[in-house]
Design a protein around this ligand. Structure first.
Ligand code: HEM
Length: 297
């Protein structure tokens, strides 16, 4: 699959605009993404979730802009078109999300308003896909059914401070996050007093950041990340991807694509995501072991 432009994937130095996969993400090969999918901020009464990825898809019209009428198929199409997620990964995320949500389609939190399907706000139901120890959202207050949707500025600032300069030639000096940085943040958040998160949701938490690395990440070595991940050599799958701080400040915080015509440079696959998630799991284990050795030495 050919992609137009470089493979810096949202890092500001690339100038953004021209990276459009003309064969996969657009119905008209000559129109710009911003023409078919402009950012429009949510209106009063629109539903949104605690997930920056899904909110961004709704803000760009890859999901219903009012955030309602969602089904697994609507999510799959949105994930494929918006982020170039492979079909197996999109189906895994969408059906997995629907199963964990456990809401019968057509009987959402407010069926008369939601119609058939569920809403983005339904995804905030606590301890379904939503969980404690988010990177930028506060924990759900005891007894509440729904988690807070808004990010907490103090958590967001703490997240920004965890960015580290990228090693290697490709984005030298760019502040960014690798799996080890996310592992450090997750270990800290999961250990905070009052936080309750089970093993399934710890995996979900790692998976969320693994997806961000797959979609927006670059390889410090400058390897050819614009090729389909499925066709990359094994050492690159689940390899040392990093995503730039600029993605956190634009996409994660503002819930819009990093540039108006941003398009993903590669396909993000189930295998690649699981590999990055596994790398993060090992890094978290080793951080926890180091912490407990330090306490008992
Ligand atoms: C390309 C696909 C996706 C990406 C890149 C992604 C990314 C993320 C990220 C980074 C967060 C963490 C926010 C934070 O900690 O501040 C998050 C949270 C969340 N995501 Fe997604 N997500 C994706 C797909 C989905 C899907 C398909 C669902 C459900 C069907 C979903 C549901 C959620 C929920 C409920 C949360 C809140 C979890 C929490 O409590 O922190 N996401 N997502």
């Amino acid at each position: 699959m050919e992609t137009v432009g470089g493979d810096t994937n949202g890092v500001p130095s690339d100038g953004g605009g021209s990276r459009i996969d003309k064969t996969k993400t657009l119905s008209c090969p000559y129109s710009k993404r911003s023409e078919e999918h402009p950012y429009i901020a949510p209106k009063e009464g629109d539903d949104r979730s605690p997930c920056p990825a899904l909110n961004t898809l709704a803000n760009h019209g890859f999901l219903p802009r009012n955030g309602r009428g969602l089904t697994a198929s609507v999510l799959i199409k949105g994930l494929q078109d918006g982020y170039r997620v492979s079909y197996p990964l999109a189906a895994f995320l969408a059906y997995g999300g629907v199963l964990l949500l456990g809401q019968v389609v057509g009987f959402g939190s407010d069926p008369s308003r939601d119609g058939v399907g569920f809403s983005l706000h339904d995804l905030a139901r606590h301890d379904r896909t939503e969980h404690d120890a988010s990177i930028t959202h506060p924990n759900t207050p005891a007894g509440d059914e729904y988690a807070p949707i808004k990010q907490e500025p103090a958590l967001f600032d703490a997240f920004v401070k965890e960015a580290r300069p990228a090693p290697g030639p490709s984005q030298e000096g760019v502040l960014s996050y690798g799996t080890e940085d996310i592992a450090r943040i997750r270990v800290r958040r999961e250990a905070e007093p009052g936080t309750r998160i089970d093993a399934v949701r710890q995996e979900i938490g790692r998976g969320e950041s693994a997806l961000v690395l797959g979609i927006f990440g670059f390889l410090p070595s400058g390897g050819n990340t614009s090729t389909d991940e499925a066709k990359l050599p094994e050492e690159i799958i689940g390899g040392p991807y990093r995503f730039p701080l600029s993605i956190v400040e634009s996409w994660w915080k503002e819930e819009r694509f990093p540039t108006p015509d941003w398009a993903p440079v590669r396909e993000t696959t189930l295998l690649g995501t699981l590999a990055l998630q596994g790398r993060m799991r090992k890094e978290m284990q080793s951080l926890r072991e180091k912490e407990s050795n330090y306490k008992f030495s």
